[in-house]
Design a protein around this ligand. Structure first.
Ligand SMILES: O=C(O)CCC(=O)C(=O)O
Ligand SMILES: [Fe+2]
Length: 357
């Protein structure tokens, strides 16, 4: 059925957005996760002081080799690290985060033009997941998702409000892409793949996914985002200051990733795990909610083009390091990943791409 933007049924659909009704103070049953995937007592998840914070300030000077060493070590052990002195100005990051938060605070009518339940639509605001009507349990989040590349082609689909949205998110996404390519260059060098290994179809796409988690009456029973690894190449995540929520699974327990002002979180996606022939790790992570503050996070997902062929780098395969994954088109991986996520089996998303060794 076609739904006309701003029509009564379109606005009714928008009432699925958690931000439109959370103030009634209830946690509906449809948001209560089974006991084995609930966060339970949040106090049990210590804020992780161990996720490395890497100063990229000297990457082009005398610290170059040391920084590569830190990035490789963090990517092998944690699959996550934070970066500071990354070259993106504090003002741009703060202003972009403000405009993203403002977007979610707009009245429903002002968000109606981007709200959509159509899985094919590339720029859309929705609640929980793209499978809202078919999923058993909902996530306590609203999401605004859209491509950021090529900028001139996608910009016209982005929200027009707040008025500085396009300008700030456009500038920020361009700079985040540049940062991601710099980090990938350091990884490429660290893996012994030379220069420019990722500067092609492997890093062609950039998708922004903004998560908004309103305050939740009982964070122990629900989740903002269930455990998953990111399917793409590498993710650069901006998280709001002072509000915890991101957790990484490490050594059998969930650990919080502390928000650090103006730092960015870097997360190794499945494609980088595969290209490194298992050397770099993709870690499971999730987002929990809290009763006091809304939290907004913005993930910039750098991904291969859909037709790009992905496989372990030849230079990393040898008799003593047999090839662990077959080669495939990224589109095929993504289709399988999305099905697995929908079936609640995302931890098995890699199975059909593994080679018997
Ligand atoms: O909200 C967060 O910090 C996590 C977001 C995330 O993991 C994702 O969007 O894939
Ligand atoms: Fe993620």
């Amino acid at each position: 059925m076609d739904v006309i933007v701003g029509s009564e049924s379109h606005l009714e659909q928008m009432e699925k957005l958690v931000s439109s009704w959370y103030k009634d103070g209830t946690l509906p049953e449809s948001f209560i996760w089974p006991p084995d995937s609930r966060p339970g007592k949040l106090a049990a998840a210590p804020s992780c002081k161990n996720i490395p914070v890497i100063d990229l300030g000297g990457a082009e000077g005398g610290d170059h080799t040391y920084i590569i060493h830190q990035i490789l070590e963090a990517s092998q052990e944690f699959g996550f690290f934070q970066v500071i002195n990354h070259g993106i100005s504090d003002t741009l990051l703060s202003d972009t985060m403000s405009v993203l938060k403002e977007f979610f605070e707009l009245p429903l009518e002002d968000k109606a033009s981007v709200y959509s339940e159509d899985p094919q639509k590339s720029c859309k605001l929705f609640s929980s997941s793209v499978n809202y009507d078919a999923e058993d349990v909902h996530l306590w989040r609203d999401v605004l998702r859209h491509p950021c590349h090529p900028l001139v082609e996608c910009l016209q689909d982005w929200p027009q409000q707040p008025s500085r949205y396009r300008e700030l998110v456009g500038t920020c996404s361009t700079q985040v892409k540049k940062l991601a390519l710099n980090v990938l260059e350091l990884i490429s060098e660290g893996l012994g793949l030379g220069t420019g290994y990722f500067r092609n179809e492997l890093s062609q796409n950039l998708i922004l996914s903004v998560n908004h988690y309103p305050p939740c009456p009982d964070p122990s029973l629900t989740l903002g985002l269930t455990k998953h690894c990111d399917p793409n190449l590498i993710t650069i995540l901006m998280q709001e200051d002072h509000v915890n929520g991101l957790q990484v699974f490490k050594d059998g327990e969930w650990m919080g990733v502390e928000p650090i002002s103006h730092a960015l979180v870097v997360n190794i996606g499945y494609q980088l795990h595969i290209i490194s022939n298992g050397k770099l790790k993709s870690s499971e992570h999730r987002a929990v909610t809290n009763p006091c503050n809304a939290r907004t996070s913005a993930g910039f997902f750098v991904a291969p083009s859909y037709v790009c062929v992905v496989e372990p780098a030849r230079a990393l395969v040898s008799a003593s390091n047999p090839q662990l994954y077959k080669s495939f088109q990224y589109e095929e991986f993504l289709r399988n990943f999305n099905t697995m996520v929908f079936e609640g089996k995302s931890e098995f998303a890699m199975e059909s791409f593994k080679l018997q060794t």
